[in-house]
Design a binder for this molecule. Structure first.
Ligand code: GLC
Length: 754
């Protein structure tokens, strides 16, 4: 008893200690850069005082704002005059889908000059991985493990979209996902909470810059709050049922990181969380977001996610859904127009307190002031000509693309392409595509701006190397009639580059796949071409981790390029011809088969971890290891790790884990390495993952060069939520690994002590 009592006491002290360490009040102070001056707060309160409930409901309403692209039946009737009429009547606070400085200036004039209160509109759009200069899909961006590069790419996205009238982007999408059947895995940063948190913060910083009132910054919107990526079976919009511990230790951290760097808005998700829809969930939207984190911005629903609370079986009708959503903490209603319809009567009937509606309006007005929209609501219509799709933006897109590529195999250094290669056969259904490299959420980007793989290779090869093409097959049909032409071309070439994978339409929202294998007969095409005995390089264009067991076994060189954006072809040529040494690392585990999903790094050990012993946790028809693990990626050079040093093997719970390691370039060409640090808490009051990423660093080394890399990880980062939902860092032994992948190159141990 004594022992338990002591342990409990120590834990309580610890709990206070940890919270004290995290110093909740200070954390709250940090996360409120959006707090306005007393003068602005006074203006906001005066405005709210003067508004009717109908006008407040209008301010909390976002509708589709460009009838020319109008696809939604609900707003099909919203024609231009009708739209202006709604704006003048104060029935709209925000638009989405509107683009173009002239057009938005006209809409803004209707709001500012022709409505009763003159409140400016806030224009939101999905700028998910670029605007006109399209960067790699965010999953590819995460594969760079380069937060500075990703921040720069979002800076460019902000500059371009702001010039065209966007004030607010519905990004970053930061849903952790461990089931790549989910189409939206393409939009996030993969399976890991720590990498996801780093990418979330970088993207928010890129969008919001240093001054939200500047004409080249936009409000960020961390989405989809929360745990949308945990949909059962990877089926979009499906049920999410997870422990509170998993919610706090896996799915919430990227949102906390976004809030900590000042994200001005959050989007509530479609899914339910443990039986309560995310768009009407008081625990996530108020207890966590407001009370625990002190979030100062506003929450917008996802498209009609407020009224979808009805089919969830959580509300009897739209009015009930609205009452639950706004009371839980959803401030703005995207597209359903239900708030506008029901909030006035809900307030008049007392079902919703006026103070709740006023606070929602206050949050939205704060962000409009923060953006400077009250002082300067109009756009410089000349700007877009100067800042859209510049050479510098393209150059950055090319840098991000090639940094995102992951080299999975390179047997006998087949790559980079050698000087004696005089003829290249380019085969495959994606080689000439200019649309698919744009990936999902391509928005206003244009296929004509894209450099296809074929174009990139031909341009780089010049006159000295012949580059010829045969499609071989479609992306997803069963037609093999093109195989013979591809095989003939292969026989007549020195090297074959097969460009296969997924179309852009196979990933993204509402595009979950029941299989993550290659669609159609693409694998059979690779097999037919490989039979010729010619050296084959597979270039994969993909929106998710894919199961490629035969290719992994039989093809000497494999490059994962994701959907790499407008500079796809040039970036592929840069890597294949050796002008750039690949350095990307997998942000998500690649499974051997769809049936192996979920398979991810941060899994638990179980009481019977997989071994060759029969009665252990594994499939009888498949090795239990992944095809390629989280954090894995090759280079044209090699790196050696040595001299791992842990400053102190006993670390207090308010102390710091300080680690140094020597990393050497042991090969013949310069290259960048992503040095990764993982830990395992060997014994806890809850079972702990077999490995957790806790730090990473990108380092570039010349051949033969060595650097001593240092990591400092606060012991408070080594905790978890226990059974009682206290955040605890418990005493005990930890294992530690450092390396160029989650398999770890060097290993050590340390203790957390009382
Ligand atoms: C979509 C998506 C969301 C997007 C919104 C507006 O349904 O779920 O990510 O921002 O609607 O397009």
């Amino acid at each position: 008893m004594q022992h338990n009592h002591a342990r409990r006491m120590s834990r309580l002290i610890l709990t206070c200690g940890v919270l004290g360490l995290l110093s909740a009040p200070q954390v709250l102070a940090e996360v409120q850069p959006m707090k306005q001056s007393a003068e602005v707060e006074a203006k906001i309160n005066a405005l709210i005082e003067s508004m009717t409930v109908e006008e407040m409901a209008g301010q909390l309403t976002q509708i589709w704002g460009s009838e020319v692209q109008d696809t939604n039946p609900v707003t099909a009737k919203t024609k231009h005059e009708d739209l202006l009429g709604q704006i003048r009547a104060g029935m709209v606070g925000s638009l989405l889908g509107a683009h173009g400085a002239e057009y938005i200036n006209e809409l803004q004039r209707a709001a500012v000059k022709e409505s009763k209160h003159g409140i400016p509109l806030i224009i939101g759009n999905d700028v998910i991985h670029g605007y006109r200069t399209m960067f790699p899909i965010p999953l590819g961006g995460a594969a760079t493990w380069d937060v500075d590069l990703i921040e720069k790419s979002e800076r460019v996205a902000a500059i371009e979209c702001a010039a065209m009238g966007t004030h607010w982007t519905f990004a970053p999408m930061i849903d952790v996902c461990r089931d790549p059947r989910w189409g939206r895995v393409a939009e996030g940063a993969g399976e890991d909470p720590m990498l996801g948190s780093a990418m979330a913060a970088a993207r928010v910083r890129g969008f919001q810059g240093k001054d939200l009132t500047a004409k080249d910054t936009v409000l960020a919107c961390a989405k989809h709050f929360v745990a949308y990526g945990g949909a059962e079976g990877g089926r979009d919009y499906n049920t999410v049922d997870i422990s509170l511990q998993t919610l706090h230790d896996v799915y919430l951290p990227p949102f906390k990181a976004a809030v900590n760097v000042g994200a001005g808005s959050i989007m509530s998700a479609f899914n339910e969380v443990n039986g309560v829809p995310a768009s009407a969930n008081p625990y996530t939207l108020t207890t966590v977001l407001r009370d625990q984190w002190g979030f100062g911005g506003f929450v917008v629903s996802d498209w009609s996610s407020v009224t979808e609370v009805i089919p969830h079986g959580f509300a009897v009708d739209a009015a009930d859904a609205d009452a639950k959503a706004i009371t839980a903490g959803v401030d703005m209603d995207m597209s359903s127009m239900s708030y506008r319809e029901h909030l006035p009567s809900l307030v008049k009937s007392g079902k919703v307190s006026k103070a709740v509606v006023e606070e929602a309006v206050r949050r939205v007005l704060r962000m409009k002031f923060a953006l400077g929209l009250f002082d300067d609501p109009y756009l410089d219509t000349e700007l877009e000509k100067k800042v859209i799709l510049t050479d510098e933006n393209r150059a950055l897109a090319r840098e991000v693309a090639r940094s995102s590529f992951v080299l999975l195999r390179n047997e006998d250094s087949l790559l980079p392409i050698k000087d004696d290669v005089k003829s290249i056969a380019v085969i495959g259904p994606l080689a000439e595509s200019k649309r698919d490299p744009l990936g999902t959420w391509a928005g206003v980007a244009k296929a004509e701006d894209v450099v296809s793989v074929m174009e990139g290779l031909k341009s780089r090869a010049g006159e000295k190397v012949s580059v010829r093409y045969a499609k071989g097959c479609d992306i997803s049909s069963d037609d093999t009639s093109g195989f013979s032409e591809a095989v003939e071309l292969t026989k007549d070439s020195d090297l074959v580059v097969i460009v296969i994978g997924e179309s852009a339409e196979m990933s993204g929202e509402a595009h979950s796949r029941s299989s993550v294998e290659l669609p159609g007969v693409q694998r059979e095409l690779v097999q037919a071409v490989a039979k010729t005995g010619k050296p084959v390089v597979v270039v994969l264009l993909n929106g998710r981790p894919m199961a490629l067991p035969w290719i992994a076994e039989n093809i000497p060189a494999i490059l994962v390029t994701w959907h790499a954006g407008i500079e796809c072809g040039n970036a592929v040529a840069d890597v294949l011809f050796g002008d750039f040494n690949p350095c990307g690392k997998l942000p998500s585990t690649f499974p051997r088969k769809t049936g192996q999903i979920p398979i991810y790094l941060g899994h638990k050990n179980t009481g019977r971890p997989p071994t060759t012993e029969r009665y252990t946790s594994k499939y009888i028809d498949l090795p239990w290891t992944p095809l390629y693990p989280f954090g894995y990626g090759l280079s044209y050079t090699t790196f050696g790790y040595s001299n791992l040093n842990i400053a102190s093997s006993d670390i207090k719970r308010d102390g710091t884990l300080s680690v140094t390691v020597d990393v050497a370039n042991t090969g013949k060409v310069a290259g960048a390495e992503i040095v990764q640090l993982y830990v395992r808490d060997l014994v806890g009051s809850m079972t702990r993952p077999v490995k957790e990423l806790k730090a990473f660093r990108k380092v570039t080394l010349a051949p033969g060069e060595s650097q001593n890399i240092a990591f400092d990880v606060a012991a408070s980062e080594l905790g978890f939520h226990n059974w009682d939902m206290e955040y605890v860092v418990e005493p005990g032994e930890f294992q530690l690994w450092v390396g160029g992948s989650s398999t770890g190159d060097v290993e050590g141990r340390f203790q957390i002590v009382e």
